[in-house]
Design a protein. Structure first.
Length: 342
């Protein structure tokens, strides 16, 4: 124990003789004496070598040594926190660092623009859950169990309950709105959706959609076409060309896909449009009578149309972006290009 007491006395004398003259010296002192591998902690580790009858006495000496070392540190630290110390380390005449303004994400910008266009046509916004049950995501939309069209959407199911899943489209919101029975319905449903896709420049495991639904008496396919004509011309300009192609969707009949002339090559043909001059932007059709009946709507009295589009694809066309992955990488250099769109 005598050797340990001699060491403590020598360390106290070293602290007394130490002259800290700046933050750097202060940090060196803290590490040497008070750090996790410092002298104070090491001396406490010697307690195991002290005889049992002397542990109480030695412990009191150790505590006094620790308080002494900490008090010196706090005293020096307080003396270095005044105006003189700050002036020595910081040039107070320098201007402050500039604060760069952020911007809305391009997906948000285009989503808001799409919603704004449909609002002018009397559509309201409806939202729903991203974790959905099988009925609202598939069965109510004329996709019963084992229906082959389910294979068109590779789904993320929940392990705890296979009847629940991450929604593959925002059509689940349309079903929930139809089940409320408040007619007529005129809504757009924006939101994030999930599909088990291989991530590439043209596909991702999550993306965003805007779907629309209009149900009333005497709604026709002509109403659908004129609504989408107005939407495309407002979003892309009056010069864009539009065409409808017959297609198949289980929840609409008849069904169609809508193409616009490629904005990158002006319809002349390029790798984006696969040299056809056309790019598909959405699917649409008249709501299938069975879907209406599933939601307790009289299909003999009411008709309706529905449409759905991927916001990423619209954004890529509108801003001439060639890689879908850029939207989710949070690269500031990419996002800053849209600051002017605030």
């Amino acid at each position: 124990m005598e050797n340990l007491l001699s060491q403590i006395a020598a360390y106290k004398q070293e602290i007394e003789n130490t002259q800290a003259n700046g933050s750097a010296n202060l940090e060196e002192y803290r590490i040497r004496f008070l750090g996790t591998k410092g002298i104070v902690k090491a001396m406490f580790g010697e307690m195991k070598n002290v005889p049992a009858e002397q542990k109480k006495e030695f412990g009191a000496i150790l505590n006094e040594f620790k308080q002494f070392a900490e008090a010196k540190y706090e005293s020096w630290k307080a003396s270095f926190s005044g105006p003189d110390e700050l002036t020595n380390e910081i040039d107070l005449t320098l201007p402050g660092d500039p604060m760069n303004l952020g911007s809305r994400h391009p997906i948000s910008l285009v989503r808001n623009e799409i919603i704004s266009i449909f609002r002018r046509l009397g559509f309201s916004v409806a939202e729903g859950p991203e974790v959905e049950d099988d009925w609202h995501n598939f069965t109510a939309l004329n996709l019963p169990e084992n229906h082959p069209a389910r294979d068109m959407q590779d789904t993320f199911y929940l392990n705890q309950n296979p009847d629940w899943l991450l929604r593959t489209h925002t059509s689940n919101v349309q079903v929930r709105e139809m089940e409320k029975g408040k007619l007529p319905i005129r809504i757009v449903c924006p939101g994030r959706v999930y599909r088990n896709e291989t991530i590439s420049a043209r596909a991702h495991c999550f993306f965003h959609q805007v779907e629309g639904l209009y149900i009333d008496e005497h709604v026709s396919f002509a109403d659908l076409k004129q609504t989408l004509y107005f939407f495309v011309q407002e979003l892309f300009g009056r010069d864009v060309k539009i065409r409808f192609r017959p297609s198949y969707f289980p929840f609409t009949e008849p069904s169609a896909e809508m193409d616009i002339s490629c904005l990158l090559c002006n319809g002349k043909g390029c790798n984006v449009c696969k040299n056809t001059g056309w790019v598909e932007i959405l699917g649409c059709g008249m709501v299938h009578p069975q879907v209406l009946e599933n939601c307790s709507i009289d299909s003999n009295k009411f008709t309706g149309f529905a449409f759905g589009m991927g916001i990423e694809r619209i954004t890529m066309l509108k801003h001439q972006i060639n890689d879908l992955r850029l939207f989710s990488e949070n690269d500031v250099r990419f996002l800053q290009q849209f600051t002017a769109s605030l």
